[in-house]
Design a protein around this ligand. Structure first.
Ligand SMILES: [Zn+2]
Length: 260
């Protein structure tokens, strides 16, 4: 994604409207950043766009990049990407040129662990170009040895600085765990999610509320599993990577982060 000359005030206002967020009309909470190069690049097509509006994380509801340390740039990419997706202006680079450049190697800024649900495609949700996201998907975003090993590879060998565990609303795997029945190998997935359902059942009564809370707790459970890896834990403790949890709303398209 090219943050510089593609985010306009209009774009972000649209994103806020879709996300149900206020604060766009006055512009008081957003800062205008002069971007000479962006204007030059785009003047042949959109000469009226002489400024780029970068919105603070608080307004956008995204990650606070000031607290993301080494992962600040990655967080900024995710914030901007989801805003563009929300505005219906996703324009990820999947060009032949980029594909050819990437034959020299990959350097994905973020590892995304999320559900296999067809409504939750990370590359689209974050308007991500080829090579930007290292993605691991399982039903219910649960992780075992293969998945944790994949994360280790990305953070230790590819230089990914942000690890995002993203659950989602109306997750079928969590729903199955709430119902308490599964067959075949799905049982392994349900077994992993059940402790989150049990925990949620302590404070919630109806199934919908239990599932909603269990989806969040299940993300925390996956984060805990990742931190059991000495490779991941040591990199996190050394400030070389950031781990964050989030939830994707399949209706609004918005990503809400647990850590701000
Ligand atoms: Zn799911």
């Amino acid at each position: 994604m090219k943050l510089k000359n593609k985010i306009t005030t209009v774009t972000l206002c649209s994103a806020f409207a879709l996300a149900g967020l206020a604060g766009c009309a006055g512009g008081a909470e957003s800062k205008e950043v002069a971007t000479t190069s962006a204007a030059t690049e785009s003047e042949t097509t959109k000469s009226e766009e002489t400024t780029v509006t970068q919105v603070t994380a608080e307004v956008a509801g995204g990650l606070d990049t000031s607290s993301m340390g080494v992962a600040a740039n990655a967080a900024e990419e995710l914030n901007a990407g989801n805003a563009q997706y929300l505005a219906g202006e996703a324009d990820m680079n999947i060009s032949a040129d980029l594909r050819e450049k990437l034959t020299n190697g990959q350097k994905p800024h973020t590892v995304v662990i999320t559900c296999s649900d067809s409504r939750v495609p990370p590359e689209l949700i974050f308007n991500a170009d080829l090579g930007e996201l290292f993605t691991i998907r399982t039903a219910g975003n649960v992780v075992g040895e293969f998945e944790v090993g994949s994360v280790e590879y990305a953070v230790d060998h590819l230089g990914s600085q942000l690890v995002l565990v993203m659950g989602h609303s109306s997750c079928g795997a969590v729903g199955a765990a709430v119902e308490g029945h599964a067959s075949g190998n799905v049982e392994h997935i349900i077994h992993e999610i059940t402790p989150s359902v049990d925990e949620a059942s302590k404070t919630e009564t109806d199934k919908e509320a239990i599932a909603d809370k269990a989806e969040d707790l299940n993300v925390e459970n996956t984060l805990s599993k990742l931190r059991e890896s000495s490779v991941i834990k040591e990199l996190e403790d050394a400030g070389k990577i950031k781990l964050v949890g989030a939830k994707y709303d399949i209706e609004t398209g918005k990503v809400t982060y647990f850590e701000k």
